[in-house]
Write a protein that binds this ligand. Structure first.
Ligand code: FAS
Ligand code: PHB
Length: 389
């Protein structure tokens, strides 16, 4: 088989890139390790930057998002049972869309199917070859038979644990990482959301976040120690702990119920450079991971897709190579700014096991400064809604 761009990974990055390229007349094949049902069952991000909203509309997959998503004009931050709002409209005249990644992935798969996109599920042993030559190819096993796809370029959209990043020689690849000494215990419940917008809570017992998917489906997180396991957290224990950490007036009216999904995710900041090597491009989680405190993970995958799509479109349409050649430089510039913001939100809002009394005071003063300074709130707002591409 031959195609122009072979995409490894059928998550949001791979699907969106394939959809955009197909609409530009550029052939792709997606090789996805898992079965489609598995990919579609993952519960992950919940907040879309406005740039992501516009990219999904440009890809022709924005209709259900526009019909079912919730446009939010702000978020709440709380500490010591006091809360204040970051008013996106007033500060930066932009908003965010609350629409789950699970739904985005569904919409992308539906669009790929409608256009006859080539997606090979349960592809095993996917292996890129000759990436530093002009005729790369990718091999994989399907139902025990080995297949080969010859292509012009390979897009590594295969997430943090994928194969693509590993194919870049150690002499070339540079990685930067911070692993946080805690995780997020997340619960999905068929309950009314705690408030009309998200609440990020700093508390001496640990961080908590109140989010949502729709008016009857809420998403909550509490910071837990790294050695905790889901089995040790009953639903009642979760609700009791969440109520302790969020503002009292919200806790008193919290609608609780059985969890329909409960999981613990580790938190890390990770960036791999370069995001291009020969004919291979790293896209999304394959190149970077951010702690979800800044709601940036999925959104960074989308901005990577933007840079790569524009570069490949110019390459095939006009023979222009600048976009392709400068993909890594351009994508990384935005990746590092979002990595900084996600690190800052995480450091400001979480309790660190080795935190000193001085660190505690610094956190409190950071929040007090935000509450008192429009300039500080504007800086948070412009990062949260998404920096320009
Ligand atoms: P993905 O990991 O989504 O997709 C990669 C795909 O490649 C997967 O389908 C995988 O099966 C496939 N793959 C892997 N190896 C392969 C191989 N060798 N061959 C073929 N296919 C292969 N972000 C937020 O903004 N907010 C959140 O709250 C949030 N919560 C998260 C919770 C968890 C548990 C995780 C893991 C991530 C979370 N994220 C969150 C980040 C997440 O949304 C990612 O940023 C987003 O999925 C990135 O999309 P992709 O880059 O497409 O990677
Ligand atoms: C979510 O709804 O899953 C969510 C929202 C905002 C975040 C992280 C997760 O910062």
């Amino acid at each position: 088989m031959r195609t122009q761009v072979c995409i490894i990974g059928g998550g949001p990055a791979g699907l969106l890139l394939s959809q955009l390229l197909h609409r530009a007349g550029i052939d792709t094949v997606i090789l996805e390790r898992r079965a489609r049902d598995y990919v579609l069952s993952r519960i992950r991000a919940g907040v879309l930057e406005w740039g992501t909203v516009e990219m999904l509309r440009k890809a022709g997959v924005g209709a259900r998002m526009d019909a079912e998503g919730y446009v939010h004009g702000g978020v709440y931050l709380s500490a010591q049972n006091r809360g204040f709002r970051i008013d996106f409209d007033a500060l930066v005249n932009k908003r965010v869309m609350v629409y789950g990644q699970t739904e985005v992935t569904h919409d992308l798969y539906d669009a790929r199917d409608a256009m006859g996109g080539v997606i090979i599920d349960e592809a095993e042993g996917v292996t890129p070859h000759d990436l530093d030559a002009d005729a790369p190819y990718v091999t994989y096993l399907k139902d025990g038979t080995e297949h080969r796809i010859d292509c012009d370029f390979v897009a590594g959209c295969d997430g943090f644990h994928g194969v693509s990043r590993q194919t870049i020689p150690d002499s070339v690849l540079r990685t930067y990482e911070r692993v946080y000494p805690f995780g997020w215990l997340g619960v999905l419940s068929e309950t009314r959301p705690a408030d009309d917008e998200l609440i990020y809570a700093n508390h001496e017992r640990g961080f908590a976040l109140c989010s949502m998917r729709n008016m009857n489906l809420s998403r909550y997180y509490i910071q837990v120690p790294l050695d905790h396991e889901v089995a040790q957290w009953s639903d009642d224990a979760f609700w009791d702990e969440l109520r302790r950490r969020i503002p009292q007036d919200v806790a008193e009216t919290l609608d609780t119920g059985p969890s329909v999904e409960k999981s613990i995710a580790p938190l890390r900041s990770f960036v791999a450079e370069p995001m291009k090597w020969g004919r291979l491009f790293l896209v999304g989680d394959a190149a970077h991971i951010v702690p979800p405190t800044g709601a940036k993970g999925l959104n960074l995958a989308v901005s990577d897709v933007h840079y790569l799509y524009e570069g490949l479109k110019a390459h095939y349409a006009d023979g222009e190579s600048e976009g392709v050649e400068r993909y890594s430089e351009r994508a990384l510039a935005r990746v590092w700014k979002s990595t900084r913001f996600s690190w800052w939100m995480t450091t400001m809002l979480h309790r660190f096991p080795d935190q000193s009394a001085f660190d505690q005071r610094i956190q409190e003063s950071e929040l007090a400064y935000l509450e008192s300074s429009e300039a500080a709130r504007r800086a948070l707002a412009e990062n949260y809604v998404g920096l320009p591409y």
